[in-house]
Design a protein around this ligand. Structure first.
Ligand code: HEC
Length: 199
């Protein structure tokens, strides 16, 4: 019989290590599935893609202590209501364009990316677009040719022409509109939206 107490035995610690590793692996798998479900469009804080057919307001929630997106009445993007499938396709095109053109080289999206240019999470609601009526046109012009149609977003820097096609521009705008409706727990802090009708 060895005189080593049970808690100091090598075998005890080996079993502990195996148990903890296996248990945490299980937790990781469960969390992965939980996160995947939480970030699905249409689940909880991430709106369905068809949200681009609606008004998106950004209002103070006194209980939570920050502003949250509020999905309002119908307000189709570019004046045409899209089916769920069309909306998904357009937002998808925008997301792929943002990835293919590596906009994150300068911008952040949901806080990820580079800090040269403004965060794009709430760009759809940015006061830089003037007002709701002008927004779609000004965003289109800006994204088509940011040099000639420079606006001021307060950085004092300019954005190069990313050579987007008309379809890609529409996709990017749809993607930005959809993203602005994601409930981001108040991120980015202190964001002031453009004047909102009925506010
Ligand atoms: C080389 C850096 C750079 C790249 C790459 C870039 N941008 Fe920009 N972008 C800027 C800068 C700088 C501004 C801010 C201009 C200003 O302050 O007037 C800006 C502004 C914007 C705005 C307005 C910001 C707001 O607050 O509403 C949008 C929208 C935008 N960019 C979208 C894009 C998209 C989409 C891409 C990729 C296709 C892209 N940008 C790639 C530098 C960049």
């Amino acid at each position: 019989m060895s005189s080593t107490p049970w808690w100091a035995a090598e075998d005890f610690w080996r079993k502990c290590a195996i148990f903890v590793t296996a248990f945490m692996a299980l937790v990781l798998i469960l969390l992965t599935f939980h996160s995947l479900a939480a970030i699905q469009s249409g689940a909880g804080r991430v709106p369905a893609y068809s949200v681009i057919n609606h008004r998106i307001d950004y209002r103070m929630d006194s209980e939570r202590g920050y502003q949250i997106p509020v999905i309002g009445a119908e307000a189709p993007l570019f004046g045409r209501k899209l089916t769920d499938a069309e909306a998904e396709q357009l937002v998808d095109l925008g997301k792929l364009t943002v990835q293919a053109k590596n906009c994150m080289n300068c911008h952040t999206l949901l806080g990820n990316g580079a800090y040269f240019a403004p965060d794009l999470t709430k760009s759809w609601l940015d006061p830089g677009w003037g007002n709701e009526q002008a927004r779609e046109v000004l965003m289109t012009l800006f994204l088509k040719d940011p040099v000639a149609n420079a606006r001021t977003f307060g950085t004092g820097r300019s954005m190069p022409n990313m050579r987007l096609t008309d379809d890609e521009v529409r996709g990017v705008i749809a993607f930005l509109k959809w993203m602005s409706a994601v409930d981001t727990n108040g991120f980015p802090r202190g964001f002031e939206p453009l004047p909102q009708g009925g506010a």
